[in-house]
Design a protein around this ligand. Structure first.
Ligand SMILES: NC(=O)C1=CN([C@@H]2O[C@H](COP(=O)(O)OP(=O)(O)OC[C@H]3O[C@@H](n4cnc5c(N)ncnc54)[C@H](O)[C@@H]3O)[C@@H](O)[C@H]2O)[C@@H](O)CC1
Ligand SMILES: [K+]
Length: 519
């Protein structure tokens, strides 16, 4: 499902009005009707209210006037507070303010904190509709809007936000000063980034997406495309499992991982590689770790590499090159540790191996200096899976700067280095070298545990081995990883998952996804 920025939404509105010829008031009527329909459907038990509708001076407030008029028509008691002077309301919003007045709706202009306090104390609503600010908010909330938000957030009954909770920036999900916490948000045409990125993702409550008459095909011309990685999208990426397939059909993954004290990372990634559905997994580990890994995962093949102080040594270069023969994908990084030998080995593999490959953890450091190596690779794009700290190191910036604009960080690095970036976090973002961005919809705090990144690397590696292209494997891997944690949360709660349990949960999650049981 496509995700829009505030500017893209404005562009689609404009083109629908100017090119298609649908008047703005029709779009506003459709928007207001969609909200009224949600209220009548989901809060029928609170009818006839009263409903309090808080409106701002822009078109978000205009939608609020439509909601007020339609709810009056449907027998609700409605109070409308306008937090602006009536002459500040212009255009389509002014048309609907007039229509509400003509319908004898009760509209009270509250120009300051004093009158707002008085009106809020008088209203006693059962339900509140937030139509103060929408996608046009461009600065921190000030004045009596701040008081209105605080009052809404202290209100005990349900709060429904029109388009986006007031105070949430539609392009980033950031809170501009303060923001409404809604139970339900009804947005129009498509979700906005601000609905999916935190804190907007929590503040919006349940998201309802309403068609207001903006043709989907207009979105196809937009420069930057961003998609919500829903179950439906993930399902479309699942690789085939032909009945006559054998283990060779489903690919052979070479995992290069582990060091003294970190053999568990290799074990977890190896298990996830197999749980992803790959036919065969070979794990190359420092010789001293081979028995540990082989005992922990008897289903994988293990290869002992020359080692230096517990880490794979540069003397292993030729052996590793030989091991790549006949493999469909490589996964490099979990628990490798950091050393100049590791840098040399990974750089050589980047040069020699033209097939799909996922790099994580310690292997990522190589990329900071490998611009030229990556440019001349002429191979399937790499998948890299940094957390914000690693992303900051790769971009030569700070974690705070990465966190301030996660979509740009992921996109910039993907374009610059011609790689698929999986920027871990809540939510995880996946960016392609072509500039596409996917925002994951699955996952929860259970994933914040040791080894969960190793599981993701093995999972993506296993999907690459099954023939998925890099962007598809990264998206499906990220979705399944989060969805497996979501299933576990239903059973064990939101703390205390072991990463090994996550790997074991991948097959039933995949099956549930296939059967349409995830949404
Ligand atoms: N044709 C359209 O453009 C449609 C717009 N729709 C609605 O219109 C909304 C966008 O409307 P607008 O662009 O008018 O903007 P908003 O209604 O979001 O409000 C912004 C208004 O407040 C002012 N403002 C911005 N930041 C402020 C701040 N911090 N403090 C005080 N005032 C501030 C702006 O100058 C503008 O007048 C959408 O969210 C949606 O609800 C829908 O009616 C569908 C059709
Ligand atoms: K709003």
């Amino acid at each position: 499902m496509r995700v829009l920025t505030a500017e893209q939404m404005r562009e689609l509105d404009r083109r629908t009005i100017e090119e298609i010829g649908v008047p703005g008031v029709v779009l506003m009527e459709n928007a207001g009707r969609a909200v009224a329909d949600v209220l009548c459907r989901e809060y029928a038990d609170l009818s006839p209210g009263p409903v309090l509708i808080l409106c701002g001076r822009g078109n978000n407030g205009g939608d609020g006037f439509v909601v007020a008029r339609l709810l009056l028509d449907r027998g609700w008691q409605v109070e409308t507070l306008l937090l602006a002077e009536a002459d500040q309301v212009v255009g389509d919003a002014a048309v609907n303010l007039r229509a509400l007045r003509n319908r004898h709706g009760k509209i009270t202009v509250v120009a300051d904190e004093e009158s707002l306090r008085t009106e809020l104390a008088r209203c006693q609503p059962k339900l509140v509709v937030d139509a103060l600010f929408g996608t046009g908010l461009n600065a921190d909330l000030r004045g009596h809007a701040v008081m209105a938000v605080a009052w809404i957030n202290a209100f005990a009954g349900p709060v429904v936000a029109v388009d986006i909770p007031s105070g949430v920036a539609a392009g980033s999900g950031r809170q501009l000063g303060c923001a409404v916490r809604a139970d339900v948000t009804v947005t129009f045409a498509a979700p906005k980034l601000g609905h999916l990125l935190h804190p907007g993702a929590e503040l919006r409550g349940e998201l309802r997406i309403a068609d207001i008459g903006i043709p989907q095909r207009l979105a196809e011309d937009l420069d930057e495309s961003c998609f919500w990685l829903t179950a439906e999208v993930a399902r479309s990426l699942l690789p085939d499992r032909p009945c006559c397939g054998h283990k060779g059909t489903f690919g052979h993954l070479l995992l290069i991982a582990g060091s003294r004290g970190k053999s568990g990372a290799a074990v977890l990634a190896a298990k996830a590689g197999l749980r992803s559905g790959a036919g065969l997994v070979t794990v190359a580990v420092p010789g001293s770790q081979q028995a540990i890994v082989a005992a922990a995962v008897p289903e994988v093949m293990t290869e002992a590499m020359a080692e230096d102080q517990g880490k794979i040594a540069s003397a292993a270069a030729d052996a590793l090159s030989r091991l790549t023969v006949g493999k469909q994908a490589l996964a490099i990084g979990p628990g490798l540790g950091q050393s100049s030998s590791i840098q040399t080995l990974v750089t050589r593999l980047l040069d020699d191996w033209k097939g799909p490959m996922v790099l994580d953890a310690d292997a990522l450091n190589v990329l900071a200096d490998a611009t030229e190596t990556l440019r001349r690779r002429d191979a399937e794009p790499l998948v890299v899976t940094p957390h914000p700290g690693e992303m900051a190191r790769l971009l030569g910036t700070t974690v705070a700067e990465v966190e301030a604009d996660r979509p740009s960080a992921a996109r910039d690095f993907a374009r610059l280095r011609d790689v698929v970036v999986v920027l871990k976090g809540a939510p995880t973002l996946i960016a392609s070298p072509a500039g596409e961005l996917a925002v994951n919809s699955s996952g929860n705090p259970l994933l914040a545990t040791a080894g969960s990144g190793d599981v993701l690397t093995g999972l993506i590696g296993g999907l690459l081995a099954q023939g998925l292209d890099s962007f598809a494997a990264a998206r499906l891997g990220v979705y399944l990883h989060g969805a497996a944690a979501d299933r576990l949360r239903c059973r064990i709660g939101d703390a205390g998952m072991l990463a090994g349990e996550l790997a074991a949960e991948i097959p039933p999650t995949r099956q549930a996804l296939k059967g349409g049981l995830l949404c």
